[in-house]
Design a protein around this ligand. Structure first.
Ligand SMILES: *Cc1c(COP(=O)(O)O)cnc(C)c1O
Length: 393
């Protein structure tokens, strides 16, 4: 069988009976006059808040929605500046612009984490009071340092954990450092319900506002992973309904996979470590350094090829593609598929890729590590990349 690196995590068979029953009953919306109708979404929120060890969880229709709502609920106003990684996915600047705010791009290091010096500099220069931090592709920055910089400059931290469910820094899960942590249930992330997102927080006001913004009508009391009802009294007349709810179908699919998370993370890391070992001797490639404190979960693979010219990169990629190993490259002039440089976000006030990040992205490659990948597949990928390095140099 040819390698298909874009195979998403599968849906456990045992959920199909429950799903059929749910569909037959037609109660797919999370709210209704009878409080029991939102069972799947409410239970998912409870399970998620327990998993992360945070007080509250609010399910929405995408991680992008949870980012947008986090910014709104944390107090971002039109025209505010929001710091963000220059190397991230389009929903991140999208959520900031959606909130009427202005993204401020912060450089990325060659280890693919936020550049802390540049963060401190840009925070000072712009006076921004919010940081939307992506643990991009599962690479986790030094969280003690980030939290310290944010504290020093009175910056509210929002964590984009779309690719870091299961990851941690110094034993503390990602999504528990910031005012909120935002997770994705989209097919290519660690739990696959097609589309979906979950916001977790310990803050009463943020949780109540997030529930109201997400579109709870006046049925917020039906939530279970929520703050006390008096908190909603403060906000219910002032918080617009943005209709970003999750359906019971997506919640049921997500719930069926929570118990598989540990096994999945071990599986992804096994492939990641095998491939890292197989590429480690190649002097022409740079493999991002993983600090001791970083509890990574790597469901995709990244490497830099700093010595290849544009011509050599084309040859390198063609060789891999001919062998069925389709690499994504972040250096293309035009955005392709899911990959883009910040210079292609022309809706920004000053669209550009900051210089250090540009140097990195121009030689950055990426591919997914599907759960179906065997050790033989890993060996095949290693051989293919080894050959490609050989023939291009
Ligand atoms: C996937 C992803 C998102 C957005 O998640 P959706 O659920 O697709 O909205 C945000 N940030 C990063 C880094 C992602 O990889």
């Amino acid at each position: 069988m040819p390698l298909d690196l874009s195979t998403p995590p599968d849906i456990p068979q045992d959920v199909l009976v429950k799903l059929t029953k749910l569909l037959a009953g037609g109660r797919l919306h999370r709210y209704g006059e009878a409080a029991s109708v939102g069972e799947e979404v409410c239970a998912l929120e409870e399970e998620f808040s327990k998993l992360l060890g945070r007080k509250y969880a609010v399910a929405m229709n995408s991680c992008g929605s949870t980012l947008f709502i986090s910014l709104k609920a944390a107090g971002v106003k039109a025209g505010d500046k929001v710091l963000m990684n220059a190397f991230t996915l389009a929903p991140v600047p999208g959520s900031i612009v959606h909130a009427g705010a202005e993204p401020v791009l912060v450089e990325t290091t060659k280890d693919l984490t936020l550049d802390l010096d540049d963060l401190a500099t840009k925070a000072k220069e712009t006076g921004a009071k919010f940081l939307l931090l992506s643990h991009m592709r599962g690479h986790i920055a030094n969280m003690e340092a980030i939290v310290a910089i944010c504290k020093e400059a009175s910056i509210t931290l929002i964590e984009d954990c779309a690719h870091s469910l299961g990851g941690s820094w110094a034993g503390q899960p990602t999504g528990t450092f910031g005012a909120t942590g935002c997770f994705s249930l989209q097919s290519y992330k660690h739990i696959n319900s097609g589309e979906g997102g979950i916001l977790v927080t310990d803050d009463d006001d943020i949780a109540a506002k997030a529930i109201l913004y997400s579109g709870s009508y006046m049925m917020f009391h039906q939530h279970r992973a929520r703050p006390p009802l008096e908190v909603f009294e403060k906000h219910k007349y002032h918080t617009p309904n943005f209709s970003l709810r999750l359906s019971n179908v997506a919640a049921l699919l997500a719930r069926s996979q929570i118990h598989l998370l540990k096994e999945r993370c071990d599986n992804w890391n096994k492939s990641y470590q095998t491939i890292s070992q197989g590429l480690s001797h190649l002097k022409k490639l740079y493999l991002p350094h993983r600090p001791q404190a970083e509890g990574y979960v790597q469901s995709s693979y990244q490497f830099l090829a700093p010595h290849l010219t544009k011509g050599q990169i084309a040859k390198f990629m063609t060789h891999c593609a001919e062998k069925g190993v389709f690499l994504k490259w972040f250096g293309a002039d035009e955005p392709v598929g899911f990959t883009a440089q910040s210079s292609s976000w022309h809706y920004l006030a000053n669209p550009h890729t900051p210089p250090k990040t540009k140097e990195i992205l121009d030689c950055l490659f990426d591919f997914r590590l599907p759960l179906t990948l065997t050790q033989e597949d890993c060996a095949y990928i290693i051989d293919t990349i080894n050959e490609a390095v050989k023939i291009t140099s």
